[in-house]
Write a protein that binds this ligand. Sequence first.
Ligand code: SF4
Length: 414
Amino acid sequence: MTRPSLQIAQRRPTRQIRIGSVLVGGGAPISVQSMTTTKTRDVEGTLSQIWALAAAGADIVRCTCNDSDAAAGLAGIVPRSPVPIVADVHYHYEMALAALEAGVQGLRLNPGNLRKPQEIKLVATEAKARGVPIRIGVNAGSLHPDIERRYGGATPEALVASARQELEYFAEVDFYDVKISVKASSVPLMVEAYRLAADTFDYPLHLGVTEAGPPPDGLLKGTAGIAALLAEGIGDTIRYSLTADPVEEARAGRRLLEVMGLRERKGIDLVACPSCGRSEIDVIKVAKAAEEALAERNLSLQVAVMGCVVNGPGEAREADIGIAAGRHRGHLFIKGKIVRVVSEDAMVDALVEEAEKLAAEGVEARLAAADPGAEEEADADGKEPFVSSAVGPNGVAVQLGGAKRTQATHLEQS
Ligand code: SF4
């Protein structure tokens, strides 16, 4: 379903590079990366993880190339991979050369531990001959010792200086097919380093908070750093570094771009109220059941689950479809318009059934097929006077009652 979209920021103009079939920078869609955790020599195991990463949203996958067995594995992996493969190289320039021989579509070099200018230039020359780009992957945890000394530590300036020095070696062999990362595990340091890199270079930037740890903290750290920069228009490709199944990294990267309006949504976007004392259903349970049922069906819809009818349909008006609970019934709505009222136990099934029809037939057709009495029935649920009793100070039961909760009250609670 299409809807008008706001642009979160003007993207920073950069040069463009190509990693296999994926363009990076120069206005190309921001791509999602992840890295395999298998031994690269294990061709079948690594390929199976690569396919899972691609299915979860990875556009590019990185594999370590740490020995000759890994390089041999890459030769078997690259031709069968659904996405371009980048070889991750530390310490040994020979591994970069072997990965190029294996046919990888990209290299990542760490200037902190692959330091000899002659070796760096040789790798760049060979990459240039094959049209393979290189990421200058600076990392605050493995900064070039000379640079760390010069700057008194891993400062933003030190990270950027390391990238600049590598670029100078590359320029000596006329190599400019480059993207840059200046990662750190500290979010403020990473954000400042990338801001400085964006001011200094016109190469595409690969964003990431390195060694972010396990979810949920790792996700929060990654999101804090990556989203802050994306909202400033900085960043051309991203990777979450989680201590978790890398599928979670790919999924998080993809979802971050979707929720920021930087990539088209592929699956379900669930809008659900936080629920409160007014809720008439277990919102968490219903939302989860609806999300799972719709995700299984691969429907690309924004779906709302609201715990009561007070503001539910109105607040979720932008959702393609939703359900709000009212007096133990479900008010099913499309684009904020009530189309059916169903019993509480049929809510999720009705939502899924209507979502399938909506995806197949479109909004107009489903609104035309709405139950003609639904609005009135739902209105009656909403208008049911709130009546309760309490015991007054003189011991006599008193009636409390009257109006529905106001939107202002509701918003305070939300
Ligand atoms: S008042 Fe708002 S938060 Fe509370 S149940 Fe209703 S829709 Fe959910």
